[in-house]
Design a protein around this ligand. Structure first.
Ligand code: SF4
Length: 311
């Protein structure tokens, strides 16, 4: 008996400028089964509509529920932490044609999932587990694209990270470690491997006030590996994400900023729940994240004094 074709509509609820990996995998899986897949529109009838949402209601509210579908399936962290794709969908090569602009010559995906750190502001450990584990080889989502956006939460915490870094190096693609590298996991061996990966800009993370010494040590090892590979940055030092407004005082934020600067790297300030952030934290972000302002005055105290005098 012939299987009937399923008509599938897709809704990217967040609709931000970031391709939705789950929808790309669902699309690929359905197309490989001969189904018709398209972005949902109100004039068609669908056998099934997938709504995917990454952000919670605070950032991305559901505005409607489609009435022209036999079945609606909602998924993504915006709808809860316990919904995951079936294995055969999860391991499909993404249908990049859904987002032709954002994925032009660019592959997106995860080599690992999970993180042992369980930071209070982050859902990764709760959703993916307190252990970083390998979930894919690079070939699962990369087929020769020039750029790779790696979405892994904590690649270096995975026991197989050396093998995975080697795959990234061999690809010859320019890799963006979008979530930042956990500097506390840097060793001489993996630092040497990391500097062989082609990157545009390396990002590290120093999100919590504790463990500053361990982060600094990791950054120094990485800088040393760059030196020995004669790849020292030219005017563009690596950035270190510094999370603020989450259970830290301004003094604690400054302590991390100074630690980043002391090893020759540059801070990139992230603000948790920006609507509640004090003015000084907003000023700190403006100062650190604008290269023109930052390079004109790398001392935040002096920058702020001058900015206040100018008002
Ligand atoms: S280290 Fe990063 S990925 Fe891991 S829990 Fe903390 S913020 Fe999340």
């Amino acid at each position: 008996m012939e299987e009937s074709v399923v008509r599938v509509g897709l809704i990217d609820v967040d609709s931000h400028n970031w391709p939705n990996l789950c929808l790309m995998k669902l699309s690929a899986w359905h197309k490989s089964h001969g189904d018709v897949v398209e972005w949902w529109n109100g004039f068609e009838r669908y056998d099934r509509v997938y709504m995917s949402k990454v952000f919670t209601d605070e950032y991305s509210a559901d505005e409607f529920e489609p009435a022209n579908a036999e079945e609606i399936i909602k998924g993504g962290t915006g709808y809860g932490l316990d919904n995951v794709l079936p294995d055969e969908v999860e391991h499909s090569y993404p249908d990049y044609s859904l987002y032709p602009e954002a994925t032009r010559n660019t592959a997106y995906g995860f080599l690992t999932r999970g993180c042992p750190r369980a930071c209070g502001f982050c859902i990764v450990s709760q959703k993916e587990g307190r252990r970083s584990r390998k979930v894919a080889d690079l070939s699962e989502f990369w087929r020769g694209q020039k750029y790779i956006k790696l979405l892994d939460p904590n690649l270096l915490a995975c026991p197989q990270h050396m093998e995975l870094i080697e795959q990234l190096t061999k690809s010859g693609a320019r890799v963006d470690f979008t979530q930042g590298i956990d500097a506390r996991c840097i060793t001489r061996e993996n630092a040497e491997a990391l500097v062989r990966v082609k990157t545009q800009m390396m990002h590290f993370a120093m999100d919590r006030p504790g463990g500053i010494a361990a982060v600094k040590r990791g950054l120094e090892i990485y800088a040393d590996a760059l030196d020995r590979a004669e790849k020292k940055w030219r005017g563009r030092p690596p950035k270190v994400y510094v999370l603020t407004n989450f259970e830290t005082s301004h003094e604690q934020d400054m302590e991390r900023i100074h630690a980043v600067q002391s090893v020759g790297f540059e801070p990139y300030v992230m603000i948790y729940n920006k609507s509640t952030a004090p003015q000084i934290t907003r000023d700190l972000q403006r100062w650190a994240n604008n290269p023109i302002i930052y390079h004109a005055q790398p001392d935040f105290k002096k920058y702020r004094r001058r900015a206040c005098e100018a008002i």
